[in-house]
Design a protein around this ligand. Structure first.
Ligand code: F3S
Length: 643
């Protein structure tokens, strides 16, 4: 039986298990990446394992999220990451070098290899034919130590791309179309593998836009084949030696199939406040825009920004619009500076930000109160922009540029002929902001500023677990709700005690106080609890506050893994109607907790206050049961050794 691209890479890296969808497998990890927001914790955890040098082929630590320095906290964290990286064999990408996924694609990603990153948009590297998965920092720490990565073998979805895009329709519109059709839950437990004649019409950055935002489908990852276009890209990056061809076998078997006729697509926009709330841009005509933000790991490549520059050339943005542009990398910015495109952007009125995540993570450029912001980013959850009342629309760079000129949401097809941008034959290569690991690690001292606090560690599960329901939440609670990540809080990512004052406060301002007063307890959630970013803090901070378990109608994949990694029990209502019978401050009790978790897939939890018993489905693998029993992955790793 023939294999798909994803199946070939998994087979090559398979350490444990069988490649049957739904079954647990373990794969070897070739590369890791971290960004600073999750990285500090990942390196603290790596250090706690007592391993001298990373065992991966390549590990890279990026500084791209918290680049604003209004106090010493971020700078302290950067220095800690820089020194810990240097000591332990990790490449360090300095602030200003760019957004992790863009730089990784340019300088490190290798087709056919596996990449585990402590950022949910790690699948960006799937655009180059890499099996790239987002995970919690702890999983990445274990992978750096040479441990395999455990996951449930996903279903492989064949996305057959037919035809080619019409003028002014872009890669962003392809992934928005998939989000429109499948929703933010549609990709859970799946890998989206792109095939068909349309693949050849897409450059690597365009493919990467699609695999990047596959994360919004909830997918395990997304991947393109590695073909002659991949070769040309790597060659232009001076990395042709990294090329290997990986195509699906002609008789490859897929679990599901979807077809997209590229020629029938139109410019699309995801409306507030969800990336799957997608409509044609033409239907939004006439909405006045306050801010246009171009950048992020989704749309800040050389090709994206050249297109924007050509659209803006000789024009002026509308007087009520603030246009901010964050180039994806130093390479991109440098090339725009050299070829004059930067001058076009500046002349048109763009405000050029540094090469970093910037507004995407709420690091500056919050829109005005009730403002309308058009962004080329991948997420538009309420409040993520830094302004709770703002409305964020996600669009392509073409739509963003057209709207910046008119001041209203504008279908770019109304602008006339589309300017063409060719991929460069050679990129400007200058890696002087990438610091290699030390040759002599003993000479490197790891520097810890006062903001670096020890992280909480789980305890072995007791026989009886008792606690109150501290909060009852609705559907689609995001990790942004659980642990807000705004410019004020980001500098404290290595300071869990400080962050705990903000846990779940967007949903219930009293949650931290209640958790403290009751010595921890339980959280009750609805459908898709923990969707959004891979933020491990959304599990670490509840652990610090004494959360013992989360009862929900369903969980988002990465967050559920993060809960288990930290010894918090994720439980799914077997009968969703039971959710309705629970109220805040009800007392819950799990008798024989260790025995139940060890032996059964269903856990009985008693609502002592109401005199009811609930059957909760556990969905745990054998190894995950062990993690819960030991109080988390780190305890299990220490108890059992790396493998
Ligand atoms: Fe950064 Fe936003 Fe991507 S925070 S890694 S640009 S999703």
């Amino acid at each position: 039986m023939g294999l798909s691209v994803a199946q070939k890479i998994i087979k090559e890296h398979l350490v444990k298990g069988e490649m049957i969808p739904g079954k647990e497998i373990a794969i070897r990890i070739d590369q890791t990446l971290t960004q600073d927001s999750t990285g500090t914790m990942a390196y603290l955890q790596f250090e706690a394992m007592g391993i001298d040098r990373v065992k991966t082929k390549r590990s890279v630590a990026y500084i791209d999220h918290n680049t604003l320095q209004t106090g010493p906290e971020n700078a302290d964290d950067h220095l800690y990451i820089q020194t810990v990286a240097k000591k332990h064999g990790i490449y360090f990408s300095k602030p200003g070098n760019g957004i992790c996924h863009q730089v990784h694609l340019e300088r490190f990603a290798v087709p056919g290899q596996t990449l585990l990153g402590s950022d949910s948009h790690t699948p960006t590297a799937g655009g180059i034919g890499m099996l790239a998965i987002g995970a919690g920092g702890l999983d990445v720490a274990v992978a750096m130590g040479g441990g395999e990565y455990y996951l449930i073998m996903p279903k492989i979805v064949k996305v057959n791309l037919k035809g080619r895009l019409q003028p002014w329709v872009s890669a962003k519109d392809i992934i928005l179309e998939l989000l429109r059709r499948l929703t933010v839950k549609g990709g859970v437990g799946k890998i989206f593998e792109y095939t068909g004649e349309g693949v050849k019409t897409l450059s690597i950055p365009e493919r990467a836009t699609i695999t990047n935002m596959g994360a919004e489908l909830g997918a395990t990852t997304s991947i393109f084949p590695s073909d002659e276009i991949t070769y040309e890209f790597l060659k232009a990056q001076g990395r042709e030696n990294d090329f290997v061809e990986i195509l699906p076998d002609p008789d490859a078997v897929y679990d599901e199939e979807i077809e997209i006729d590229l020629s029938s697509l139109v410019p699309l926009a995801a409306c507030p406040h969800s990336p799957d709330n997608v409509v044609p841009v033409s239907e939004l005509k006439g909405i006045k825009v306050d801010q246009v933000a171009i950048g992020s790991c989704t749309n800040s490549s050389y090709k994206d920004l050249m297109k924007v520059a050509k659209i803006l050339e000789g024009k002026t943005i509308a007087e009520h619009v603030s246009l901010v542009i964050s180039p994806g990398s130093k390479q991109v910015l440098n090339m725009l500076a050299q070829n004059g495109a930067l001058a076009s952007l500046v002349s048109a009125g763009a405000r050029i930000l540094e090469c970093a995540c910037g507004p995407c993570i709420g690091m500056g450029q919050a829109p005005r109160t009730n403002g309308i912001s058009l962004r080329t980013f991948n997420r538009n959850f309420e409040g993520r922009s830094g302004t709770p009342s703002a409305k964020v629309y996600l669009v392509s760079p073409e739509t963003a540029a057209a709207s910046a000129i008119t001041g209203y949401i504008t279908d770019p097809r109304t602008l006339g002929d589309e300017p063409q941008v060719e991929m460069p034959k050679s990129f400007l290569i200058n890696d002087n902001l990438i610091v290699p690991p030390a040759e002599n690690p003993d000479e490197v001292e790891v520097i810890r500023g006062p903001n670096i606090k020890p992280f909480p560690q789980g305890k072995p599960l007791p026989e009886v677990v008792v606690g109150k329901v501290l909060v009852k939440l609705g559907d689609n609670i995001t990790t942004d709700h659980i642990m807000p990540s705004n410019a004020k809080l980001l500098p404290y990512r290595s300071n869990i005690p400080y962050l705990s004052d903000y846990c779940l406060t967007p949903c219930d301002p009293d949650f931290p106080k209640k958790a403290r007063e009751n010595g921890g307890g339980f959280i009750v959630g609805g459908v898709n609890y923990g969707q959004g970013s891979s933020r491990e803090h959304a599990a670490l901070v509840p652990l610090y506050l004494g959360i013992k378990g989360v009862l929900a109608k369903s969980f988002a994949r990465i967050h559920m893994a993060n809960l288990i990694n930290n010894g918090i029990i994720p439980m799914v209502f077997e009968n969703p109607n039971d959710y309705d019978t629970i109220e805040e401050m009800d007392e819950l009790k799990i008798e024989n907790a260790r025995d139940q978790i060890e032996k059964s897939d269903v856990l009985i939890i008693e609502n002592v206050t109401k005199g009811l018993k609930y059957r909760m489905v556990l969905n745990l693998t054998e190894r995950q049961r062990q993690m819960i029993l030991h109080g988390g992955l780190l305890n299990l790793t220490k108890a059992k050794g790396m493998n």
